[in-house]
Ligand binder design. Sequence first.
Ligand code: SAM
Length: 256
Amino acid sequence: MGELERVFKTFIAYLKRPDLYPELGRKILKNTVNRNNAFKGKEKTNIWAQSKAVSQKEAISRLFGVDASLFKIEYKDVLDNAAQKEKECPIKMGGPGALELIYYACEFSGAKNVIETGVAYGWSSLASLLSLTKREGTLYSSDMPYLGQNGDQYVGYVVPEELKKNWKLFRFADKESLPKIFVENKIFDVVHYDSDKSYDGMFWAYNELYAHLKKGGVFISDDIGDNSAYQDFCEKNAIESTIIEIDEKYVGVFVK
Ligand SMILES: C[S@@+](CC[C@H](N)C(=O)[O-])C[C@H]1O[C@@H](n2cnc3c(N)ncnc32)[C@H](O)[C@@H]1O
């Protein structure tokens, strides 16, 4: 499919979904007058992140006092099945991030309520749910439907059926999903941000998520090197964050 055809298909798909009109407006602004917003402050943040970065294993050991390699051993079959499902999925989306970090953040905080933005195949959802189901907890997720690719039905594709009873998926843009989620639950043990990567989108959501994170809860954000939203947010709130480098990208994590 050509780029023009993809943009046209996405636009038509949006028009059929009035609940997504606010996001359509924001997307148009993002891709026209606000184009530079995605990379605002990127250079300074990459210097900052690089100077602090540790491996995921090191961060998990320091923050949660556990050996992260146990996760892949304990859940080998589940993870193999999920990888197989990803292979079979006809729609291509983003792959797994810091699964161990998410899982052990839930274990560390004894999580009963977790919120995440950005689901795609559902790798991060799977990591949270594997811990949450032990306590009959709930994962609240926000994800934009994959309109252009007609891939709505495949969001969360790698999550096994038996884990879905502990999962509430809100299929709207974050600006609509988060207020709906906060009506259902106000305080969370773990928050994980991995959706809209514009500076404004990140900065807005960080403030919302932080306000709804319990004291002693864990805050995680993927792709903090795309712009300086995470660094600016941490500095504004005097937060000392751990930075993890994975596949030349940076993940931020701190305990509130
Ligand atoms: C990197 S993927 C998420 C990967 C997932 N956390 C994982 O570990 O498998 C990013 C997701 O964010 C969603 N997304 C992007 N912008 C969004 C927005 N404004 N609101 C809600 N979801 C959004 C996309 O639909 C996509 O599924």
